[in-house]
Design a protein around this ligand. Structure first.
Ligand code: KG4
Ligand code: ZN
Length: 340
């Protein structure tokens, strides 16, 4: 089954063509980073306009890369939540039009869940149950996946997401947007001493699997305020170690408590070299990490996710909507965004 996955939830316009949920026939990602850089973050209106400008070209380029025509597509997967409403609407309008044009079904996909499916593009795919760790610019989420689309939330961030913390700290240090890749490189190249930061949230019973990243961000702010001659490399390295070590610590705790040894890491921060090193070297856990090109937002993971959803005989009417973040926050918010 040839599935097209369309991703336009934030600042990447991306289309993937994937056969049977696993074999990538084409993957095109247009990153809008250059358009947003000067604002040190994503500007929603600029993002939606850029999606409108690029999506048709990306679609035709993807078909060309896969040596396919539109008629070869069997199913359309589209992210309709969570994300920037205007950006989501561009992808959804495109997907609905395509569905009418080629007369093929459409399946909506949750962006967070789609990230997990970057690991189903690997040669050896995860079996269930597994522990999922979604680490992106918008979310830090620890869950138990019992089967496809059956999840239990174990923990999440109480404030900033880990990728968001990278981006905010990079801004404080004048390193531009997005912060993750550049800070990762600096930390990797810095071999000397580093500033020790506290990874935040104390491990109480209630917060055993929860995270907090606003504390580390503020600690960096105070450090550079109180030390005008601070060493940027030492700060970056210290931040990276504090931010990533806690992810492994909490994942290990959940693995020990549940006896689930398979760990599936996903999202933009899964591209982090230190994370890949320490998770990869951890004994007693079988860790799945997406290929680097499928860590950040991409259409291929969406196509894979839609394929597995189609196996449950789920497809949509054409009247579905887009959703940014339902109000309420915390668990109820997570539960609602995980609703599939
Ligand atoms: O998954 P993603 O593309 O978008 C969201 O769904 O949010 O993740 C983007 C985030 C950004 O915050 C970016 O700084 C971070 O992933 N990121 C990284 C790395 N590459 C991207 N963070 C740490 N190390 C990296 N190598
Ligand atoms: Zn994402």
């Amino acid at each position: 089954m040839n599935v097209i996955g369309i991703e336009s939830s934030c600042d990447e316009t991306s289309i993937g063509l994937v056969r049977d949920g696993q074999h990538v026939l084409a993957s095109l990602i247009y990153s809008q980073v250059d358009e947003h850089k000067q604002f040190s973050g994503v500007v929603p209106e600029i993002a939606s306009r850029a999606h409108v400008e690029k999506i048709n070209f990306i679609f035709h380029s993807a078909l060309k890369q896969a040596n396919m025509t539109a008629g070869d597509i069997d199913l359309i997967g589209i992210v309709n939540q969570p994300g920037l409403v205007g950006s989501l609407m561009v992808g959804v309008a495109f997907a609905k039009t395509l569905s009418l044009y080629i007369n093929k079904p459409i399946i909506t996909v949750n962006h967070l869940i789609a990230h997990l499916y970057a690991n189903f593009l690997l040669k050896a795919i995860p079996e269930f149950p597994y522990i999922g760790l979604v680490v992106s610019g918008g979310h830090t989420l620890l869950l138990i996946a019992k089967s496809h689309f059956e999840y239990e939330i174990a923990g999440s961030t109480l404030d900033d997401a880990v990728g968001e913390a990278y981006d905010k700290v990079a801004k404080l240090l004048g390193l531009g947007y997005p912060g993750g890749p550049v800070m990762d490189r600096i930390a990797r190249e810095h071999t000397g001493e580093y500033v020790k930061f506290n990874p935040g949230l104390k491990s109480s019973k209630k917060n055993k699997y929860n995270f907090s990243y606003s504390g580390i961000k503020t600690a960096v702010l105070y450090h550079i305020r109180d030390n005008p001659c601070y060493d940027r490399n030492k700060v970056v390295k210290g931040f990276q170690i504090a931010a990533i070590d806690i992810l492994l610590e909490k994942t290990k705790a959940l693995s020990a408590d549940t006896g689930i040894e398979r760990i599936v890491v996903a999202g933009g921060v899964a591209a982090n070299s230190y994370l890949r090193e320490i998770f990869g070297n951890e004994k007693g856990m079988k860790v799945f990490l997406p290929e680097l090109r499928y860590c950040t937002d991409n259409g291929a993971m969406v196509a894979s996710c839609a394929y597995y959803k189609s196996q449950l005989n789920q497809s949509e009417n054409m009247d579905f909507d887009v959703y940014s973040k339902p109000s309420g926050g915390g668990r109820s918010y997570l539960k609602s965004i995980l609703k599939i």
